[in-house]
Design a protein around this ligand. Structure first.
Ligand SMILES: NC(=O)c1ccc[n+]([C@@H]2O[C@H](COP(=O)([O-])OP(=O)(O)OC[C@H]3O[C@@H](n4cnc5c(N)ncnc54)[C@H](OP(=O)(O)O)[C@@H]3O)[C@@H](O)[C@H]2O)c1
Length: 184
């Protein structure tokens, strides 16, 4: 039997009104509040991402362990195992986060995209941190989408609404979804 995973798996993403994620390997909008939110949430944690998302970042995100998935290098299964190893071995990058965790709480591993990796990890995720953006799409629309968030499986447990950002004139909301208990 496989040992229990030593982390909670979270998917973190910013979505348009119809789950749009990106176009031409880029994000759809620049929302500084969302970038800050992403940084605060993920700092000192392990990140898992697909090769295309990694390329769109240009360089690894500092202060976090960046695991890039590629079928010719690190498979999803190997990436999850690698994440577990970093946590079990208390990698120095993770130490401030691990030290602050209340006793008995598991650290979080974040899946940061893109579509291919979200689709393969949604069914094993424990929590979703979604920024819902109510804004028009850039010209060209989107070519990648987040999978459906089924309300019979996922329960909204926290929400912060913003009417606009400092330089972003449309509404957006930070929403947490947690997996419903079986039979709920
Ligand atoms: N809005 C958001 O929050 C958000 C977040 C992240 C990304 N995005 C957007 O999403 C887009 C990229 O998404 P994408 O779906 O095109 O690509 P992706 O998921 O980032 O990367 C796809 C690549 O991941 C690798 N891969 C897929 N499944 C794998 C597996 N089981 N094991 C190992 N490697 C695996 C493959 O690499 P190989 O070809 O090397 O095998 C595949 O080509 C961009 O537009 C980006 O801006 C948006």
């Amino acid at each position: 039997m496989k040992p229990e995973k030593p982390y909670k798996l979270a998917l973190i993403a910013a979505l348009g009104p119809n789950n749009e994620l990106g176009l031409d390997n880029q994000l759809l909008w620049h929302i500084s509040e969302d970038l800050r939110h992403f940084k605060t949430m993920t700092m000192g944690s392990v990140l898992l991402m697909g090769r295309k998302t990694f390329l769109s970042l240009k360089k690894p995100l500092p202060g976090r362990i960046n695991i890039m998935l590629s079928r010719s290098d690190v498979t999803l299964e190997q990436g999850l195992e690698l994440a577990a190893r970093h946590i079990r071995e208390q990698d120095p990058v993770l130490q401030p986060t691990l030290e602050q965790l209340p006793k008995g709480t598991l650290p979080t591993v974040y899946v940061i995209g893109g579509e291919q990796i979200y689709r393969q990890t949604l069914q094993m995720a424990d929590v979703l941190y979604i920024t819902h953006v109510q804004a028009p799409l850039p010209e060209g629309g989107a070519d990648v989408f987040f999978p459906e968030i089924d309300p019979t499986i996922w329960q909204e447990t926290a929400r912060t609404d913003h009417e606009s950002g400092a330089t972003f004139p449309y509404p957006f909301s930070f929403v947490t979804y947690e997996r419903r208990a079986i039979g709920e």
